[in-house]
Design a protein. Structure first.
Length: 257
């Protein structure tokens, strides 16, 4: 499972299997994800990366006819404990999607959307959250004089950082990122990667990426998945320099078939 965990565990995936109707998408996954690190999920398309990611905040509950076996725990509490409310879980475990998806609102209103839904109205508080979140998303200096313009006026890379600001406005413990740079150019991608390195000072990040360079540059630990199974999970330097599995080595060196 990799080297010693110096940080306390944030997420434990415990013999977790997942099914879309009769089709099994994940097979007996076991992972221990430490707090304050970036964990990358890599593997070919259709291997279960995004399915696993979306189970970490129960987004797959929105799909009909799904079921699971095993458990996932955040800070020791099962996501499936009857006392866990899904809405509050998703405040603790935020999500950023592959295609940036700002709401058709101003930059300001995008950031505080979840706070408005929760009934928080004090302008001073909302202003503080907007500035803090945009600073954390490395976007404040670019948009501080444009807060009431449409979010659609931003570039693609800025829109993705705005979506990150929106996701962290509630101060989640965990930030899930599903191919956050897939729709971005190399310069915008580099900014998101630099941002991820900063964000791990405040949050635990789990990212799905097809970009091997991104995984090797940004993550502390890497999980290689294939056909719904976890083939190998270890510190990123070991996965890329000395993998245990021939399948892992073939994938990261581009010889996978």
């Amino acid at each position: 499972m990799g080297g010693p965990n110096l940080n306390p565990l944030m997420i434990e995936v415990d013999h977790f299997s997942f099914f879309y109707g009769p089709k099994q998408a994940l097979h007996d996954i076991c992972m221990a994800i430490p707090e304050g690190e970036i964990t990358a999920l890599i593997g070919p398309s259709g291997c279960g990366k995004s399915t696993l990611l979306r189970n970490l905040n129960r987004l797959n509950d929105l799909i009909d006819d799904v079921h699971h076996e095993g458990d996932i725990r955040v800070e020791g509490t099962s996501l499936y404990d009857p006392a866990v409310e899904v809405i509050s879980l998703r405040k603790r475990v935020g999500m950023v999607f592959q295609k940036y998806n700002p709401f058709p609102k101003s930059i300001y209103e995008n950031v505080i959307f979840s706070l408005r839904v929760a009934g928080r109205r004090k302008k001073a508080e909302l202003d503080e959250v907007v500035e803090r979140s945009l600073r954390s998303a490395a976007l404040w200096t670019e948009v501080k004089d444009r807060l009431h313009e449409s979010a659609y006026s931003l570039s693609g890379g800025q829109q993705q950082r705005l979506c990150i600001a929106r996701a962290i406005a509630n101060r989640p413990q965990v930030l899930l990122m599903d191919e956050p740079c897939a729709a971005l150019d190399p310069i915008a991608t580099l900014k998101i990667e630099e941002l991820m390195m900063e964000l791990k000072k405040e949050f635990t990040l789990v990212i799905v990426t097809h970009n091997m360079h991104q995984a090797s540059r940004c993550s502390d630990r890497t999980a290689f998945m294939f056909m719904g199974k976890l083939i190998e999970f270890a510190e990123t330097t070991r996965i890329f320099n000395n993998p245990n599995s021939p399948q892992t080595e073939a994938y990261i060196t581009g010889r996978f078939s």
